[in-house]
Design a protein around this ligand. Structure first.
Ligand code: C2E
Ligand code: MG
Ligand code: MG
Ligand code: MG
Length: 277
């Protein structure tokens, strides 16, 4: 009986692994075709200046418009894209699309508008990364100082010297850097001091609790003053409530992004927002 049971378990286990694996292989081949089939879209989420209440830029966020499943958020495919290396061509596509859009807005007269693009570890470590960014900037003709690249602590921590050299090369061109999801990784003061980024993005998790207690408020205030000490600008992400926005404004946070101001929008709606605010 024990043998029987063991056998069944094995078969069951095996099937569920197969199913997962098949699904992964399926998604992988669909991802591969998604670029050619033009299934990716970039949405744009407004970033607001807290002192003036005006829009100062957008974060570019990828969406996959799947032919059968509809719009799929990045949380459901970015890690697979990263695992397979497909994030490299996908990321290049996002940068091209975002810069092409930024150039159109620049030509409409929005010459100070910033567009921020997320860069994954695999992309950043790609040996052609610097050249790729240079080429996209040149081909689209955007002002490089209006292009912001968002990296995470994971990138920074892997090889500090290499990370610094890549950031410095792109900053020489004028490109701006943000440290995304700040506070969720292994951030230490000493490495933050060495990292030549321009902005800190306070992770949404800190905003979620900021109205709960004084200690949660102190944490956010401490991050803001840390940024100021290091001459970095600071942006809060995931701001949903009026009171959160008000708190941040009082705490002299520079910018904010979140559903309170706007969800990520397709480019046409982003442009409407730009004209309004
Ligand atoms: P992220 O870079 O930290 O982007 C912020 C995420 O928070 C976005 O989710 C945004 O829609 C969401 N968000 C903004 N404000 C609010 C709010 O007030 N409430 C709530 N509940 N959520 C808010 P999204 O678009 O699903 O993207 C998730 C993550 O996927 C991003 O986190 C980023 O790490 C990654 N990602 C998105 N686009 C790209 C891309 O083009 N390339 C790479 N490598 N990663 C990307
Ligand atoms: Mg981001
Ligand atoms: Mg973030
Ligand atoms: Mg995040």
């Amino acid at each position: 009986a024990a043998k029987e049971y063991g056998k069944n378990t094995f078969v069951y286990f095996n099937n569920s692994i197969n199913e997962k694996l098949m699904e992964k292989i399926q998604t992988q081949s669909e991802l591969r075709k998604a670029i050619e089939n033009n299934e990716f879209m970039v949405f744009y989420q407004p970033q607001m200046d807290l002192q003036t209440d005006r829009i100062v830029g957008f974060e570019a966020l990828i969406r996959w418009n799947h032919p059968e499943k509809g719009i799929i958020p990045p949380g459901e495919f970015i890690s697979l894209a990263e695992e397979t290396g497909l994030i490299v061509p996908i990321g290049t596509w996002v940068l091209q699309e975002a810069c092409y859009q930024l150039k159109q807005w620049e030509d409409m007269g929005y010459t100070n508008l910033i567009v921020a693009v997320n860069i994954s570890v695999r992309q950043f470590k790609d040996q052609d990364f610097v050249q790729m960014v240079k080429t996209v900037v040149e081909e689209t003709g955007v002002n490089p100082s209006c292009l912001e690249l968002e990296i995470t602590e994971t990138i920074a921590l892997q090889d500090m010297e290499y990370t610094i050299s890549i950031i410095e090369k792109l900053r020489e061109m004028g490109v701006v850097f943000s440290l995304d999801d700040f506070g969720t990784g292994y951030s230490s003061m000493s490495y933050l001091k060495r990292l030549p980024v321009n902005n800190l993005k306070i992770d949404k998790s800190f905003l979620d609790t900021v109205l709960d207690s004084r200690s949660d408020q102190s944490i956010v205030k401490t991050i803001i003053s840390l940024a100021q000490t290091l001459d970095l600008t600071v942006i809060a992400e995931g701001v949903e409530k009026d009171e959160q926005g008000l708190f941040l404004k009082k705490a002299k946070c520079n910018k904010a992004q979140g559903y309170l101001y706007s969800k990520p929008l397709p480019k046409e709606e982003a442009e409407e927002f730009l004209k309004k605010v």
